[in-house]
Design a protein around this ligand. Structure first.
Ligand SMILES: Nc1ncnc2c1ncn2[C@@H]1O[C@H](COP(=O)(O)OP(=O)(O)O)[C@@H](O)[C@H]1O
Ligand SMILES: [Mg+2]
Length: 297
């Protein structure tokens, strides 16, 4: 790759201008979101909106409803009540693949990669909706390379460079440590060229070094690629340092929304966390409790 800075080429200038500056409407609007499972109200009238270019965090104790918010935004669950608007368009109840094709990509709390496939192959799968022929069709792999295939492979290589995983290109993803598997999953999400990226506990299960790397990539994705991010975290440490605003959920309801410093002093937030999994320490910036993984949610 001969470009001086491949990062700028991941998303064209026009696309970035469209995604970040040229508009004043929120990239995401969630209104009165309510989700019932049999006997359980997972979400209870949650409203918030995310501005273009924002790094927006959603925090709360285990079971607070964070992943449920993502599942409603991305179409995995249809909310019992309420609306989700992406880029001004009502996407409530739309199929996940359609919402993804509109520009919403996500990563999962329990990393979801194709373990027997290589890094390159996993990222190419993220290009799926950019391809007219099937991503794993014989033509894509062995046949005469079409302009489309060349472009897809070029994009994937740019992302691989951006995420500094060049040396792992042809490694099977299942054999990589969890931190790198999650980076590959992030790469697959980026390969979709989203304007909104949903990250569900991106540092869960990571050691300190992996956590620091991940935080750096999340910031770069937001600042250099201009992609709006909603970041779900169980812990406030990472969130305090990098997010523009924080939504706090407890028992499916919104208990606070505002800049991190404000939210961290909010009595309702402190009460929720003191009664929750974090013990008796108030949230401290930079203290990432990487061991506190949510189980089974
Ligand atoms: N598929 C499901 N069926 C039944 N209950 C669920 C399901 N998914 C989530 N829940 C419940 O909804 C609540 C919120 O869960 P979740 O959104 O996963 O919380 P968080 O991500 O904040 O830990 C929890 O009480 C959880 O048990
Ligand atoms: Mg969760």
């Amino acid at each position: 790759m001969s470009e001086p800075d491949v990062r700028l080429h991941l998303i064209s200038r026009e696309e970035r201008a469209l995604s970040a500056e040229g508009r004043d409407q929120p990239i995401l609007e969630v209104e009165d979101l309510t989700l019932d499972f049999a006997g359980v109200r997972a979400l209870d009238g949650v409203s918030f909106s995310v501005e273009p270019g924002e790094l927006f965090a959603v925090i709360g104790p285990n079971g607070a409803g964070k992943t449920s918010v993502f599942n409603c935004i991305s179409g995995v669950y249809r909310p019992t009540r309420g609306r989700v608007r992406f880029d001004g368009r009502d996407v409530t109840g739309m199929r996940p693949y359609r919402i993804a094709a509109l520009g919403v990509a996500r990563t999962f709390q329990n990393v979801e990669v194709f373990p027997t496939m290589t890094v390159v192959e996993n990222l190419l799968l993220g290009r799926y909706h950019h391809m007219r022929s099937g991503v794993l069709s014989g033509a894509a792999w062995w046949g005469r390379a079409s302009a489309e295939e060349v472009r897809n492979r070029h994009r994937v290589e740019e992302i691989i460079d951006f995420l500094e995983i060049e040396h792992l290109r042809h490694h099977r993803v299942g054999a990589l440590p969890i931190g790198l598997q999650k980076r590959v999953e992030l790469g697959r999400a980026l390969a979709m060229e989203p304007t909104l990226l949903l990250l569900d506990e991106p540092v869960a299960g990571m050691n300190q070094e992996e956590t620091e790397d991940t935080v750096r990539f999340v910031i770069d994705v937001n600042e250099e690629l201009g992609i709006s991010i909603v970041l779900v975290e169980h812990d406030m440490g990472v969130v305090m340092e990098i997010s523009n605003r924080v939504l706090v959920l407890d028992f499916g309801a919104r208990i606070a929304l505002g800049p991190p410093a404000e939210v961290a002093r909010d009595p309702a937030v402190l009460a929720a966390y003191l009664g929750g999994a974090l013990g008796h320490e108030p949230p401290v910036p930079g203290s990432v409790d990487a061991g506190a993984r949510s189980v089974g949610s």
